[in-house]
Every structure is written in structure tokens, then in C-alpha cells.
Design a binder for this molecule. Sequence first.
Ligand SMILES: *Cc1c(COP(=O)(O)O)cnc(C)c1O
Length: 641
Amino acid sequence: MKDTSDWTIQDAEKLYGVSRWGAGYFEIGENGNLHVMPDFKNPDVRIDFKAVLDEIIHEGIQLPVVVRFHDILRSQVANLNELFQSTIKEADYQASYMGVYPVKVNQMREVVEEIVDAGTDYNFGLEAGSKAELLTVLAHNTNEESLTILNGYKDTEFMQLALLGRKLGRKIIVVVEKFSELLAVVKQAKQLQVEPLIGLRSKMTVKGRGKWESSGGDRAKFGLTISEIINAARYLREHDMDHCLKLLHFHIGSQLTDIRAVKEAVSEGARIYAELHRMGFELEYVDVGGGLGIDYDGTKSTSDSSRNYNMAEYVADVVYGMKEMCDLEGVPHPNLVSESGRALTAHHSCVITEIVGEIKANSSQVDTRQIDGEHVLVRNIRALYDSLQSGGESNLQEVFNDASQWKEQATDAFKLRVISLDELGKIETLYWQIMTILQQHYAGADFVPEELQELDYNLSSQYLCNFSVFQSAADTWAIDQVLPVVPLTRMDEKPTVNCSLVDITCDSDGKIDSFVCGQGVSDVLPLHEIKAGEPYYIGMFLTGAYQDVMGDMHNLFGRLNEVHVFSYDDDPQDFYIEEVVHGSSVESVLDIMQYNPAAMARDMKRMIDAQISKGTMRPREAVKWTDFYEDCLRGYTYLKI
Ligand SMILES: *Cc1c(COP(=O)(O)O)cnc(C)c1O
């Protein structure tokens, strides 16, 4: 039976904020299921997430699963490039946009290939920050028109690989982060007789706001100071390599929450570019780095999980900011480069899992009826409960204080052997009964006394999810990143259980207790009651940037199964799963940790066989156990439901 209260999907929208963080890609459908509109140019394409889920289950793919919508990736690439193109036209800007995707944000081959493919028409390039990434980028960015930007600290091999790219005719720009790298690239270029393309990364005085603000400012890890930039340019001139200096780079941090930081960085960068130009260095590109933020919590604010601007405003500030300064300085407009990673990838993937259990705050109760000779603490708290229930208490805060104090005293009394286990159980039961009444009283009240504000959280349920926070949502654990969580179905029913989420790792910090909820962020999320025999699925969204690749091997859970979803051009309601990538097997995670699963299986068989000789196991039974152990080794690391 559905909840017959007058709950509508508009109420669900208010609660879960899907259209606020969904950026047009996600919406609650009339049927109460989450819908995906993965192609921003074609709003008719609409996929019911329940149908994707049914297909996943039908194909026997075990949860948790990462679902990737390739159309969303393509849409975001088109979005960013087209916004730059149209703004450049509108502003009468005299150069073009040559963006790159920084692969560190999500290095999955399928993701990089899709972005390169979607970006072909725009000559969209790639950025690498390490040798492994450079090797990847050399192989994948084969378009001779697009840029390859190299950041990060570099050794001789790194420089040689970059020059190999030049020999292949690629526009590879080595961005010098540190003065010594300039000497290295000049030396290698002379030895190999290849003309390098060089960029200089400027340490900016402006700091981004948000979690990554230390990427800017005087103590930034990367970049050259103003005097180093001047010396670098002169050094190149001394070596007749002025013409190799092509690009000025800056990056003031990821997830910039305040648009003012973007504006300031652009003016500062434009000034440096203009001055270099006056010194006779005709740079062709200014690279504004990454930082284009995502509104994870849907608040459109400068909170750490949000930003106070959208992609169009960001693009306008870059284009107009650069144009204004260059026009004032009387220098030509440079080509614009940006390195947006988060903004391109965050929306395209999500993690789907099911709730496998509920841990209730006060589910278990004991009989609290009075018996002879019971301790005064039990009598007191029962009297308080009775009086509260019959409406005899007017000062609810005092009720809270008394009950809390008695519960504390009871714990001490138990340790001192003054009260029995049974009495402690009664006090605990009565305490939670009192808290439940207090919570009901304050539900929806405008003013809730400070001490009582935690009641909702303390009385909420914990829903146990078949996934690992450390693998799938590393940033929620590491830096309190808020990621939206919503049920995939039943959003036309009123959610009646206040929950936080806990994962299946053995760590108490393997939990999520910060949710997009109503107009802001809350430590509990209302979800639906679990019905016996009916699986309940939830999704964690916007996991495509950083989360996808940062997960660790905590508790040996490893990578998730993945499905790659594509829409059909001819049927907007339909979709197909093109690729299934299997997650980690137990064998594979053990292997990474230096175990030898084959030897383990042999040892186990030997130990089982020994039981046959002893007569404690029949041969048929022994074979079964041996096979079972081997099946488990080959199987998925997560719970098999
Ligand atoms: C991390 C990084 C980026 C990507 O930043 P986003 O905020 O994800 O767009 C771009 N450039 C450099 C140099 C980086 O270190």
C-alpha cells in the first residue's frame, strides 16, 4: 500500500533538490522514479532509471554498480565549448578557445576516449600532470590541431616524452612550474634538436576560495614568482628561444566557490600576459586552469560544496575579463585555454546500491513495569516518562536535562555495581521513549533549543548500504564533500524514516551523514520504509570527478562493477548498456596486496582433504567446500544479496 497522504513529487523535489543539483540531467518523473535526460540538446531523450536498474539486475550484474552516462559527458564537452564559442563571438573577441581536459580528474580510458571524441569538432585537447598520464595522453590525443598541456613536476624522461610528441607533430606545451624545469627543457630540446612549446605557470597572489585555496597565494606549491617569470623569459631570449614561449598558465584551485576569485585571477593573469607582450614575447595562449565548480548541494552559494555562479557566467567572466584588460593595454587577444575537469565529468557517473539493513536508534525495548525493590533511578525516570506522556510537563528542556542526567548517572551506577543490567536496560528504554516524545513535540517547530537540535540525528535510523565510502565517495570522508543521495524509486510516496547511511566496511567513519536536503544540508535524510521482500535502491550522484578514481582498497573492497549507458537516437525513451566492466574480484585485490590466491586455494584444499583422512568430512562434502572457497575467491568483493 502506498502512503495515501497528499505527498506529491513536487514535495519530493523540494526535499531532494534533484533539479537544483541535477543541472538539467536529472529529474523526478511523474511515476516517482528518477529520470535521466542525458542529452542537453535533445530534451526528449528521457531514461527512467528504474529501467536501467531492471536491466542491470536482469543481466545478473551485482550491486554496487557505477553507472556512466556517456551522453552526459558528451553534453558537458559540447556545453563548455559552445559557451566559449558563442561568448567569444558575442564579445567580438579576436582569438579562439582551445580547451583541454585534465585527465587526473578521471583517467578511466572510456571517459578520456569519450571526451576526446566529443571534443574533436572543437579541437578539444588533454592535460597531463605526471609521466603515466603523459604516456596516456600521447597515445590518445592524436588531433594535431588540439593542445596537449603538461603540468606537474617533470623529470628528464618527462621532457623527452614531450619532445617525442613534438616530433609527432603535436601541439604539446610544457608548462614550467619551477625554474629548474626551464633549464631542463632547453637542454633536452637542444640535445634532441626539437623545438619545444613552452608555457610558464604563474604563482598568483589571488587565492581561490574553498577547499583548494592553497593552490594560490605566495605559499602555493606550483608556479613561478613574477621575478622568476621575467628571468625565465630573458633566459629563453638568451638562448634564441623567445618564439618558443607560447603560453601563460595559472590555476588557483579546484571547485572555486566564489566568482570574484575567477575575475581577479583573470585580470592578474591578463596583466602579466600584457607585460610580457610589451617585453617582446608574443605569447599565443593564456591558460586559466581549472576551478570551474559544481553545485553539489544545490544551494548556489559559496559553501564548500557549491558555487555562486554557473558555467555561462564563468565563461563570460573569462572572455570579457581578458578582452577588457587586453584592450586597455593595447595588446592582441590571446587564445583562451581552460582546464576544466570537474565540470565536465562530475555529472556523468553515479553509484547505485541497495539498502541491506536498518540499525534503529531505539528499536529494542525491555519491559519497564515497576517491580519491588527497584533502584530510585529507575523510579525517577519512569515517573518523568509517565508525567510527560500525560501532558504534565511544561518545561520540555528540563525534561531533556533530567532524563539525560539520570541516564548518565545510571551508566556510572552500573559500573559501580549499584544497579543491575536489567535496571540499566529499563532506564535506557525509558530514556529513548522520552526522547521520542520530545522529538515529536519539536518536529517542524520554528525554534528548537540548542541541546535538543541533535535529537533528530540521535533518533534517526542508520540504513546499511552495500558499498564502501572509502572506495566510492572518498571526498565525503576526507574533506566533507557533500554528494547528493536520492532513492531511485518511490519518490511519489512520502519518505517517513529519517536516516543516515553507513557502509559495509568495519570502520565507524565509513558513513555518510551530510545530505542535500530541503534548502540546505542536513545530517539526516528522509528515506522510505524498507518493505520486506522489496529491494530499496539508492543512488549517490555527481561522483564522476575525482571520486571515481580516488577510491582506496580499504577492507579490500576494491573497484565496483560498471555499466556504460548510451541513449538511442531513434528511440528517446530507450537506452542500451554498451559495456560492462567487472569490478574487483577477491582474487585481484588479494593479489595487489601481495597474496597468492592460487596458493591459498591449494593450502585450503590440503587442509580440507586432511579432514577426509581424519574421517571428519566425507569426500563429497570436501569437494563442495573446496569449490565454495574457490568460488568466493573468484567472486565480487561486495555483499552478495
Ligand atoms: C586539478 C587541476 C585541474 C582541474 O581542476 P578542476 O577544478 O577539476 O577543473 C586543472 N589544472 C590543474 C593544473 C590542476 O592541478
